[in-house]
Design a protein around this ligand. Structure first.
Ligand code: TRP
Length: 441
């Protein structure tokens, strides 16, 4: 159990705020043309993300176990089919896929701590920053070494249990990351291209975004809020009874969105100031930020601290990706937590090699048409499995969950409850459904 409501908010915010905000949001927004994508993304957060987050917390706190077992018992208590457990199983599978590439990218961030500290970026121009990045991800041994370090860190923390480690890390490091991001936004304001970045991010053009772009925006909303694979459900299981579910979910979503927008407000002005491509892909943050650090006074220290904080943000997320599978192994097979964490981490690590190699020795390998191993993992988990899982979660919470359990957990006023119910029963599931149909059919 978390020691207080604040601790639940911090841990859940720690899960939500991670590479998804600082690394993935800017590059996905850039690859999809900016403003229209961002608008759809914000809409997805509001009408899909927040309702589904309330559903996950609700189901977790009512079930109080790992997702598979919570879903099994809640389905039984509600007189619904035991098939709803599948949400838990699918979530565990998506978790492995996400964790596998998350470990690799977090490893990149860790490598950049060392490069920053060594002064590698001092005075670099755009071409050099790009060359440094390409040189690094082109070396399979180095990438895998860092991936390994990161996965070991995650395993060690999860093995020790959710309480102590996470709470302390999140309490101090997340605010520090936030402050540093704001400082960087101020720096970007003086880049001379700040308004260009703002315009890129917030100007909406009708017809600019196709349905595949809408799917990407929706997938990003799920990924960044840690939704759709029962991670937040698992954290909800440790949440104290007296905390408001809707209030907490809204707070977390707002915090998370703020961090993503701040990160983009740092990155895009730098993209335009340095003549870089806004659609350059996963390397975007790893090229733009070193450029900034390489030119500011104290940039060497600043950059080092920044990548340390990004790594911490990644750890507080990766532990939440791992926790559902670990909790299930512990409950179900009675294995010690430590062994469960090692097994889950080991499998995700091995699967992650495919992502590590996607940028070097397997760069020509495609799994889905036109998609590398990394792109395939990313696409299937974020754009298919998470929305599908989230839709099922909302349907269960909205239509099938026993009304008494639901009312008891939500404790909403009649007006708020009516809104909640419309969103969870109709709006969120229908939105996911429509985007799926429009993209895949
Ligand atoms: N939300 C995290 C991020 O933005 C990643 C994450 C943590 C996640 N837990 C998750 C994504 C569960 C999907 C599901 O970096």
């Amino acid at each position: 159990m978390w020691s207080s409501r604040l601790m639940f908010v911090l841990a859940a915010a720690g899960s939500a705020v991670g590479l998804g905000n600082i690394w993935r949001f800017p590059y996905i927004a850039g690859a999809n043309g900016g403003g229209s994508f961002v608008l759809v993304y914000l809409l997805c957060i509001a009408i899909i993300g927040i309702p589904i987050m309330t559903s996950e917390i609700l189901l977790g706190r009512a079930g109080r176990q790992s997702p598979i077992h919570s879903m099994r018992d809640l389905a039984r208590q509600s007189g619904a089919s035991p098939m709803w457990q599948l949400i838990g199983w699918m979530g565990a599978l998506a978790g492995f896929m996400i964790l596998s590439f998350y470990g690799v990218i977090a490893g990149w961030a860790m490598a950049y701590i060392v490069s920053s500290a060594q002064g590698t970026f001092t005075g670099v121009d755009a071409a050099q920053a790009t060359a440094i990045f390409n040189g690094f991800i082109g070396d399979p041994f180095e990438v895998v070494a860092w991936q390994t370090v990161f996965m070991v860190m995650t395993v060690v923390i999860v093995a020790r249990g959710v309480g102590e480690g996470i709470e302390t890390a999140v309490k101090y490091l997340m605010p520090a990351l936030f402050i540093l991001l704001i400082a960087l936004v101020v720096y970007a304001m003086f880049s001379g291209h700040f308004m260009e970045g703002v315009r890129f991010l917030f100007s909406f053009h009708r017809g600019e975004l196709g349905w595949d772009g809408v799917l990407m925006a929706m997938g990003q909303a799920f990924f960044t809020l840690s939704l759709g694979m029962a991670a937040i459900m698992t954290y909800g299981a440790y949440m104290p009874k007296d905390a408001s579910i809707v209030g907490t979910a809204t707070t977390i979503a707002l915090l998370d969105t703020l961090v993503a927008v701040l990160a983009a407000l740092v990155i895009f002005p730098l993209v335009f100031a340095n003549g870089l491509e806004s659609s350059s892909g996963p390397g975007l943050m790893f090229v733009t930020l070193p450029l900034a650090f390489g030119h500011m006074t104290g940039g060497q220290i600043f950059g080092t601290v920044f990548f340390i904080l990004v790594t911490f943000a990644a750890v507080t997320s990766s532990i939440s990706i791992m926790e559902p599978a670990v909790a299930w192994l512990v409950e179900r097979l009675y294995v010690p937590r430590k062994w469960a964490a090692i097994v889950v981490g080991g499998v995700a690590w091995a699967l992650g090699l495919g992502t590590a190699f996607s940028f070097n020795i397997w760069s020509d390998v495609t799994i889905l048409p036109g998609k590398s191993f990394f792109d395939t993992m990313d696409f299937v988990s974020n754009n298919v499995m998470l929305p599908l899982g989230g839709m099922l979660i909302a349907l269960f919470a909205g239509w099938f969950l026993d009304a008494k359990i639901r009312n008891d957990e939500l404790a909403l006023s009649p007006g708020m409850f009516a809104i909640w119910r419309v969103l969870v029963r109709f709006v969120a599931p229908a939105a996911v459904f429509v985007v799926f149909v429009m993209t895949f059919v």
